[in-house]
Design a protein around this ligand. Structure first.
Ligand SMILES: NC(=O)c1ccc[n+]([C@@H]2O[C@H](COP(=O)([O-])OP(=O)(O)OC[C@H]3O[C@@H](n4cnc5c(N)ncnc54)[C@H](OP(=O)(O)O)[C@@H]3O)[C@@H](O)[C@H]2O)c1
Length: 331
């Protein structure tokens, strides 16, 4: 028995020979995959990967037609799992959602129970203001602290600071008392980043120039979602024993560096993959996002979209125009 109506609205991306056809359609319930939990989606969000999932050369979508949306939050309307009751507020992200299985840009979705995160202490909108990007920022902070980083250790650098991962990292680190330095290519974002907790700023140009294999050791830790244009600088300026959490390739995937930061300063580079985080760890990090990892000013300064205006976000994020997070009001 399903609690999902026969048809509902969804934003669909369908790959044709020479383009991806995108737009809102009536979607038929039987075309959803099987799963133990049915959710009435209230909010979703726009991540870099969502933008790529709707582009012809994006190399992200593994299903066509696909309802994209790697994040969703809403209310359970049917469940075969006693630990996830009808009426519960939940979120889902990661695994195949919005990539190889229909995702969050739909009024209803059906998912495996093993992917569901109970929402405790966060509204559905706030959860999507965090979303996969903010979760990845939280994972990065957790990883740095698990390697011993504390606010007393010194300044922490965040690259791509105006974007989803970057701005949430600034807001989490700022709230936790770190001295946060932000790298941004958008000068007009500096006041917002200062409000989120950044106290020092570098321009993209300052970090993307070529440099010596080792430069002044400045950073006690770093969060990088930019990749090729920033990570070489980060590595050659980390302090002895410091770590960078590397999650993204907003500027490209190539990494040109030397081994000297690793062998002469003992720095570490930790890879962040939010997609395959086991569900127990995922739920723990979300619990902490509602508590001690709660980003400063959560839910403020987000841009609200709907299914009908979604394309502004999908195209904007791929064009590097992100300013914080886009949330999508579905219900
Ligand atoms: N590993 C994971 O599990 C995971 C999870 C989420 C995201 N990601 C990845 O992390 C990256 C960022 O995601 P996001 O959602 O934060 O994207 P986003 O909102 O678009 O933010 C990326 C930011 O990077 C900077 N940037 C963009 N293009 C650049 C360029 N050519 N050179 C230098 N800086 C550039 C911009 O910040 P400024 O203008 O402030 O410089 C931009 O706002 C993406 O590659 C995404 O795929 C990975």
């Amino acid at each position: 028995m399903t609690a999902i109506p026969d048809t509902f609205r969804a934003y669909v991306a369908e790959r044709l020979d020479d383009r991806v056809e995108r737009g809102v359609r009536d979607f038929n319930e039987p075309d959803l995959p099987s799963g133990e939990v049915e959710i009435r989606v209230e909010w979703s969000s726009v991540n870099f990967k969502d933008g790529l999932a709707t582009k012809f050369d994006g190399k992200v979508a593994r299903l066509s037609p696909l309802i994209p949306g790697i994040d969703l939050a809403g209310q359970v309307v049917a469940s075969e799992d006693a630990s996830i009751p009808v009426g519960a507020s939940v979120l889902v992200h990661g695994y195949d959602l919005g990539v190889a299985r229909h995702g969050g840009y739909a009024e209803y979705q059906r998912v495996p129970a093993a992917w569901v995160v109970p929402l405790d202490g966060l509204t559905a909108r706030d959860a999507m203001a965090i979303g996969t990007a903010g979760f990845t920022a939280a994972m990065s902070v957790v990883a740095l602290e698990e390697r011993g980083l504390t606010p007393a250790d010194g300044p922490v650098l965040v690259t791509g600071a105006s974007g989803g991962v970057g701005s949430t990292a600034v807001a989490i680190l700022g709230e936790r008392g770190y001295e946060v330095w932000a790298v941004t290519g958008k000068e007009d974002e500096i006041p917002r980043l200062r409000d989120l907790g950044a106290t020092g700023f570098l321009t993209r140009d300052e970090v993307s120039v070529e440099g010596k294999p080792l430069e002044s050791a400045r950073w006690a830790g770093a969060v990088d979602a930019v990749g090729s244009a920033a990570l070489p600088y980060v590595l050659r300026t980390l302090r002895t024993g410091a770590t960078v959490a590397s999650s993204g390739n907003a500027s490209g995937p190539k990494l040109e560096t030397t081994v000297l930061p690793f062998i002469l300063r003992g720095v570490a580079m930790l890879g962040m993959d939010s997609v395959l985080v086991p569900i127990e760890r995922r739920r723990q990090i979300w619990d902490r996002l509602a508590a001690d990892l709660r980003p400063r000013s959560l839910g403020e300064n987000v841009t609200e979209l709907t299914l009908d205006t979604l394309e502004d976000g999908l195209d904007g994020i791929v064009a590097g125009a992100a300013r914080g997070r886009w949330v999508v009001r579905i219900a």
